[in-house]
Design a protein around this ligand. Sequence first.
Ligand SMILES: [Fe+2]
Length: 283
Amino acid sequence: MARPLIDFIYAQNLPWVNGKLGPAREDVAAKILSFDPDLGEVSAVVHYPPGWSRDRPEALSCEEEFYVLDGEMIIGNRRYSRDTYACLPAGFTRETAASPTGCVVLTFYDGLAGSVSPGGDRRPGSALIEFIDLYSMPWDTNWADQSLKWMDPRRKVLRWDTERDQVATVVFAKPPHIHPEGWSSPMVSHPCAEETFVLAGEVTGERGRQRAGAYMWHPAGAPHGTLGSRDGGMSLARMRHGKLENIWDGSASAAFTFEAPYDPKVPEELASVAKEYVGQNRY
Ligand SMILES: [Fe+2]
């Protein structure tokens, strides 16, 4: 069964757990945002404790895509600090890895993390993006869908899906004082799954205000309203398993208000953690 609709939860309300990422990552704690039991795909906030290290070459059986939220990780001779990104394919060799002071990393695995021989086969089609520092990447303010122009959105494309010729992983920023035209929004859906994690600020939709740490998984075809923002907000988004296009449903609209109460729609097992969060932590 693919991942069900999660709209939305706060990472802050999830427990840190061990042993859910696969045998090669038994020694780190994680907050599991979502998990696909068929594919083994997992989206998680991972905490590497201070002093965590791998002194010998290591390769994982899965692709590891990550965005550093806090602290520092050193892989080979690269230093990953807050707001850096990488996508390391299955079989990619990390000569060494260490986090002397610890770090917290938003991580996406496309299977459970096992160990494979360093230098072994890479899965075909998987991207290698060794390092992006988001501070050195300009915002793209000219992008395709003219129907979204009123939002003045900007993005930084971290990963491109070359097979479907569409964005795969991206950071979106929304300026403050943005609301759907007419204070309501036609519903939109996409033929692909879409997941988002709010990095900073807030974005507001029909299910409430999503602040930093808010996580959402929309399966393909899940209708949703568009998001406004009073304060401005920034999210990391990933599109998976299908064509990315906006399918607007003119017959249904989502009423919009900045005061929308938190109204989560989540699977039963997340019901107890689907609570509002108003503190200062970002994850
Ligand atoms: Fe969407």
